[in-house]
Design a protein around this ligand. Sequence first.
Ligand code: GLN
Length: 540
Amino acid sequence: MGETKYIFVTGGVASSLGKGIISSSIGKLLQARGYNVTIQKFDPYINIDPGTLNPYEHGECYVTVDGHEADLDLGHYERFLGIQTTKANNITTGRIYKSVIDKERRGDYLGKTIQVIPHITDEIKRNVKLLGNKYKFDFVITEIGGTVGDIESLPYLESIRQLKRELGKNALCVHLTYVPYLAAAGELKTKPTQHSVKELQSVGIQPDIIVLRTEHPLNEGLRKKVALFCNVDEKAVVQSLDAPTIYEVPLLMQEQELDSTILEKMGLPLGETPELGPWRTFLERRHAARSKAPVDIALVGKYDLQDAYKSIREALSQAGTYNDREVEVHFINSENLTDENVAEALKGMAGVMIGPGFGQRGIDGKFVAIKYTRTHDIPTFGICLGMQCIAIEFARNVLGYADANSREMNEKTPHNVIDIMEEQKAVTNMGGTMRLGAYECVLQKDSKAFEAYGKEHIQERHRHRYEFNNDYKARYEAAGMKCTGINPESDLVEIVEIPALKWFVGTQFHPEYTSTVLNPHPLFLSFVKAAIENEKASIN
Ligand code: GLN
C-alpha cells in the first residue's frame, strides 16, 4: 500500500469507555478489507511494564508471545484481529524515560540539556513509528491510555500533534468520549464531549473522528450538534451504543461506515464493504446459544475484580459459543471457602476453574475447592497457580504429605512439590525472575490435552516463577496423576491430569492468552464441553 498510515485513539470525559474495543474494532474492519494492521498501546504511567502492578490496580497482566508483561488491551487486539503482539506493542512512560535516560548516560545526546520536548516526545514518536518502519504495516493504530486532560498524557498528545503535522493525510485522530444520560431531565448531554474536544484542541489536536459512547441511541440532532461544535464532519460522528457483547462493536462501527470514513480521510480507495462472514457466524451462534440456560462455571480466585481474569473470562465465553451454550462465570472468592461451605458454594457448578495468582492469600480456599471437585468428579481446570494447587492438594491428600507446599508459600517445606528451579535461584531482581512468554510443550498421546489439541507439539505462554518438582513425578504418576505435557528442552512438567476423572487438568502455562474469537482455545473448548456433559449427567 505504500506508506504506513497511523491512527491515534484518544479518550476523554471518563476512563473505561472502551478505547481498546474501539481500537480493536477499527483494526478488525481495516484488516477485513485486506490491510495489514497492528495495534499498540501507550500507557502514561511510570512503571516500566504492568508486570509489577497488582491486578487490583490495572486488571490482568497480559503476556505476549515474546514474553512481555503487557496491558490487558493487547489481549483485545489479539482476540479481535487474531494477530500476535510483542513488546513493541506496549510502551509506558517508564520505558520512554528509561530509554532517554540510558541514552543520556551513554553520552548519545552530546552534552545537550535533556527535556520533555524534544527528547521525550522524539522518543515517543520513534516508538509510534517503530512497528510501521520495521514491518511495513499498512496501518498502525496507537491507543493512548488515560484521558485527555491528565498531566501524564501531555507528552503523548504533543507527539501526536507533531506527527499529524509531519504525516499529513497519513495520520488521523479518533477521539472517544462519553455522552451521559440525565434520567431526571430525560436527556443525553454532549457538553462533556465539547469540553473534552476543546481540551484536545487546546494542545493543538483537531480530532478527525469522534466516537460517542452512550447507553441510549443518539438522534440526528445530537450528532449534528457535536459535529458543529467540535469541528468535525457529520459522518465522522459515530455512536458506540452499549452492546450485548463487545464482539458486536465492529459490526456497529461498520453500520455507521466508520471504516470508509477513515479510508476516505486518508485518501485510500473505498472498495467493497467486507462481509465479515466468519465474524457474523460467530455472533449468530452466540445469540442462538443465549436462548438456552447458561452453563454455570465457577472461577475460584482471590482477585474480586472483573478485569483481573479478563482473558480467562473471554476464553470461557468464546468456548461457550463454540459449544452452543452461554457460559456464566461465577466468581468465588477463595478466601471465603472452607470445607464446611464448599459444597454450598459449588452447588450446581458444571465445571470449576482454579485461577492463576501470586502469594499466600486465598490459597487454602483453592485447596478446599480442588479437594471437593477431585472427590466429586467435577470437571476442573487449573491454570498456573491453579495447576500448582492441583499438584499440592494431590500431594497432601493422596500422596500423604500433609505439609506439601510450593516454595512460594513456605520456604522451609520438606515436601516442596512446587519449587524454584536451580537456575532461577540466583535472580532476585523483581520483574526479571519469571519464565515468561512462549515455550514448547510435547503432549502425551493418551491424554485429555492431546485429545483437545489434536497434535503432539504445542507452544503456550508462561508467566510464573515456580515449577513442578520432577523429584516427585514418579510418585504422582504411580498414584494416578499423570504429567501429560513436558517441555522438551528443560523437561519441566507443563500439564498434569487425573485420567480416572471426567476432566481434571492443570496447566503451568496460560492458555487463555491465545484464545481468539475465530480460533477458540482447544483446552477451553474441551473443558466447557466436559462441563456441559457433566451438567447433563447430574440432571439425569
Ligand atoms: N505464583 C506462581 C508462580 O510464580 C504462579 C503464577 C501465576 O499463576 N501466574 O509460579
